[in-house]
Design a protein around this ligand. Structure first.
Ligand SMILES: *Cc1c(COP(=O)(O)O)cnc(C)c1O
Length: 351
C-alpha cells in the first residue's frame, strides 16, 4: 500500500475540474465591512449571524471532533448525514456506466441507492451464514473497474462486527478504496479503525451523529480519510453543505460526551438484558450477537408478530423477507421501560 495514490482512482473530470470558489475563501483575515457575498447587511431575523454564509469547511467543528477522535481537521469531512459521504464516494471515484463497487448483503440500503443514482454497477457478495465476508468469492469478483468496497461493521441489519483480520486483508490487498462504515462503533466491543488511517491511505471511515450521539434529525455525518481523499470530498461537495445551525448545535453537543457515554453504556446493558430475555423464550430461535444498538432475532411467525406489534403501537423492523434474514426482526434497543413493554407484547402474542 505504500505507493498507493488515491488521485489515480479519481474520475478524470473530477481530477481536472476547478471547484467553486466561495466569497468566504477569497478573503480571509480581519475586516469590518463585508460587501462580497450579496448577504443581507441589515441582519438576520434569528438570534445569530444567520445572514452570513457559514464556514464552508466547518473548521471549528472539525477541530473539536478531531480532538475527541484524535485526528487533525484535514482528515475529516462533514456531510449532510453519512449518506452525503456515501454519495460523494461514488461521484468522486466511479465513472457512471463503467466502474463498479462491492457490497456484502444483507447490509445498509444506502450503498445500493447511491450506486443506482450514479449508474454504478454494484456487485453483491452475500455474507456467509456467520455474517462474515467470503474472501475467496470477493477476490474473484474484484476486477480493474472495481473502485469501492463497502464494509459495514458493526453491520446493519445483522448487528455483528466483521472480523478485523478480513478487513485488514482487504485493506492490504485491494488497490481501490475500502470504506468501513462505523455508524454503530460506539456500541461495539471492537475498536474503531481510526488508528489504522495513517497506515492505509486507501481507507475511508464513516461515522455519524445519528446513532449514539442522539442527533439523527440534525443530519450530520463524518468521513475520516487521508488528506488527498478529504480534499476531493471538499472539491465536489456543495460549498455550504453544513448550515450554521447544525455547526453550532453540534459544537454544543460535543460538550456532553459524558452523557453520551452514559447512554451508550445503558444501551449496551439493555441490549444484553433483552438478548438474554428473548433467548430464554421458546419461540425465539436465534438472537444474533450484536455490537450495535439493535438486535436481529430469528423468531417463529416473524411477519405475523411484526404485524401484531404494530397494532399494539410497537414498531420494529420486519426483515423476514431479506435474504439470510428469513424469519428475522430487527429490534432497536429502547429505554428499559420500552424494552419491557416489547418483551411483554411478544410473550402475549404467543400466549
Ligand atoms: C444509520 C446508519 C448510518 C447513518 O446515516 P446518516 O445519514 O448519518 O444518518 C450510516 N450507516 C449505517 C450502516 C447506518 O445504519
Amino acid at each position: 500500500m505504500m505507493d498507493f495514490d488515491a488521485s489515480l482512482l479519481v474520475r478524470e473530470n473530477i481530477r481536472n475540474m476547478k471547484p467553486y470558489s466561495t466569497a468566504r475563501e477569497e478573503f480571509s483575515g480581519e475586516a469590518a465591512v463585508f460587501l462580497d457575498a450579496n448577504e443581507n447587511a441589515f441582519g438576520s431575523p434569528l438570534p445569530a449571524a444567520f445572514n452570513r454564509y457559514p464556514d464552508p469547511y466547518q473548521l471549528e467543528l472539525k477541530k473539536k471532533i478531531g480532538s475527541i477522535k484524535g485526528l487533525p481537521a484535514q482528515n475529516i469531512f462533514l456531510g449532510n448525514g453519512s449518506d452525503e459521504a456515501i454519495d460523494l464516494l461514488f461521484r468522486i471515484f466511479c465513472e457512471p456506466g463503467k466502474d463498479n463497487a462491492i457490497i456484502f448483503p444483507p447490509t445498509y440500503g444506502m450503498y445500493e441507492v447511491s450506486a443506482a443514482t450514479n449508474d454504478v454497477l454494484l456487485k453483491e457478495i452475500a455474507l456467509t451464514n456467520m455474517f462474515q465476508i467470503d474472501l475467496e468469492t470477493l477476490e474473484s469478483a474484484i476486477d480493474d473497474r472495481t473502485k469501492l468496497i463497502f464494509i459495514c461493521s458493526p453491520n446493519n441489519p445483522t448487528g455483528n462486527s466483521i472480523d478485523r483480520e478480513s478487513v485488514l486483508m482487504i485493506l492490504n490487498n485491494f488497490n481501490g478504496i475500502v470504506v468501513v462504515d462505523e455508524a454503530y462503533i460506539n456500541y461495539s466491543r471492537q475498536r474503531s479503525f481510526i488508528a489504522e488511517l495513517t497506515e492505509y491511505p486507501n481507507l475511508v471511515l464513516l461515522q455519524t451523529f445519528s446513532k449514539a450521539w442522539g442527533l439523527a434529525a440534525l443530519r450530520l455525518g463524518m468521513a475520516f480519510a487521508s488528506q488527498v481523499i478529504i480534499d476531493y470530498f471538499n472539491k465536489v461537495k456543495y460549498p455550504y453543505n453544513i448550515g450554521l445551525a447544525t455547526q453550532q448545535l453540534a459544537l454544543q453537543a460535543l460538550d456532553q460526551v459524558s452523557t453520551i457515554n452514559e447512554w451508550t453504556r445503558q444501551t449496551v446493558e439493555q441490549r444484553e438484558w433483552l438478548a438474554a430475555e428473548l433467548q430464554r423464550t421458546p419461540f425465539t430461535k436465534t438472537v444474533f450477537p450484536s455490537d450495535a444498538n439493535f438486535l436481529l432475532i430469528r423468531i417463529d411467525q416473524a411477519h405475523e408478530l411484526w404485524h401484531y406489534l404494530v397494532v399494539k403501537g410497537i414498531i420494529v423492523r420486519d426483515r423476514s423477507r431479506v435474504s439470510l434474514c428469513e424469519d428475522c426482526l430487527r429490534i432497536t434497543i429502547g429505554t428499559m421501560n420500552e424494552n419491557q413493554q416489547l418483551l411483554e407484547a411478544i410473550k402475549s402474542f404467543y400466549a
